[in-house]
Design a binder for this molecule. Structure first.
Ligand code: GSH
Length: 291
């Protein structure tokens, strides 16, 4: 591995060697499918292809919240896309998300299937379809969308920046860790100051902005992300902690966090969800007890 201080960039970059680190086997500089693979389709109107990363969990929380509100049309099949194995590069997945990243949703309730990719677009699509978790009044709606897009814009600094260089990169680069730790702490402070003023991110009501922000920043303050709780002094963000506890107390949030989860306590892992009863009968602890 070249020492960071010795690297001199060539005139033209080319893909000559694996980049190393946690995602070396899936990182590549081109788009498009690597292999033919159809996606499975279940019996429900909504088909979700995902994994329980922070971006995936946003959508399963929303779907569980919609079902908890009584929207039967939000019934869904959640299929597992294993990004470490390259499932996101199968032809069927690329056809519904040309960007090859989870989550991706197909709405099959109408005459023609509708594909939706990008977690923020999926939250907005579902909120509009079911008229839920998105304020109608202009000012409140603008606030909700502002925070939703704040998360979408800032997420890569937390995940691709801080998380990557602190936890996954094959070498520790002080400059990169400093830069992204500083930005991640600044973002936590932005959120903390907002949550001193309001109960939920967009105001008095629980909205898709909370669902988008919770898996990322709630995950950071609860110590679920990158083993970085101490490093980032997450106990200092008291209002983010208060808000994360408020969301964690919601049964739909608890269920949403379990769907497509492949790590952690076996009782918290529901690899695929095809029926509401799966939470009772198909978590990994129950499945391995049967074998
Ligand atoms: N902006 C996208 C980001 C999605 C994303 O980064 N997904 C990651 C997992 S959290 C992924 O699928 N990575 C696979 C890859 O990069 O090949 C969204 O919010 O939907």
């Amino acid at each position: 591995m070249t020492d960071a201080s010795e690297y001199v960039s060539p005139k033209v970059w080319s893909w000559t060697k694996p980049s190393g680190g946690r995602f070396a086997n899936i990182n590549r500089p081109v788009a498009g499918p690597t292999h033919e693979k159809e996606l499975p389709v279940g019996r429900h109107p909504l088909q979700l292809y995902s994994l329980a990363t922070p971006n995936g969990v946003k959508v399963t929380i929303m779907l569980e919240e919609l079902l908890a509100l009584g929207h039967a049309g939000a019934e869904y099949d959640a299929w597992l896309i294993d990004i470490d194995k390259g499932d996101q590069f199968g032809s069927g997945f690329v056809a519904i998300n040309p960007n090859s990243k989870i989550p991706a949703l197909v709405d099959r309730s109408g005459p023609k299937p509708i594909r939706v990719f990008e977690s923020g677009a999926i939250l907005l699509y579902l909120a509009e379809k079911f008229d839920a978790f998105l304020p109608k009044a202009v000012a409140e709606r603008a606030e909700c969308l502002s925070w939703l897009f704040w998360q979408m814009g800032s997420g890569p600094f937390v995940g691709g920046g801080f998380g990557h260089f602190y936890a996954y990169a094959p070498i520790k680069i002080e400059y990169a860790i400093d830069r992204y730790a500083m930005e991640t702490k600044r973002l936590l402070d932005v959120l903390d100051r907002r949550l001193v003023e309001t109960e939920y991110v967009a105001g008095d009501a629980y909205t898709i902005a909370d669902m988008a922000i919770f898996p990322w920043y709630g995950g950071l303050v609860k110590g679920w992300a990158y083993d970085a709780a101490e490093f980032l002094s997450v106990q200092d963000y008291k209002s983010v902690q208060r808000w994360a506890d408020l969301l964690l107390a919601r049964p739909a949030v608890q269920r949403g966090r379990m769907v497509n989860r492949t790590s952690g306590e076996p009782s918290s892992q529901l690899h695929e969800r095809h029926d509401a009863s799966d939470f009772e009968t198909k978590t990994q602890d129950k499945l391995s007890a049967k074998t």
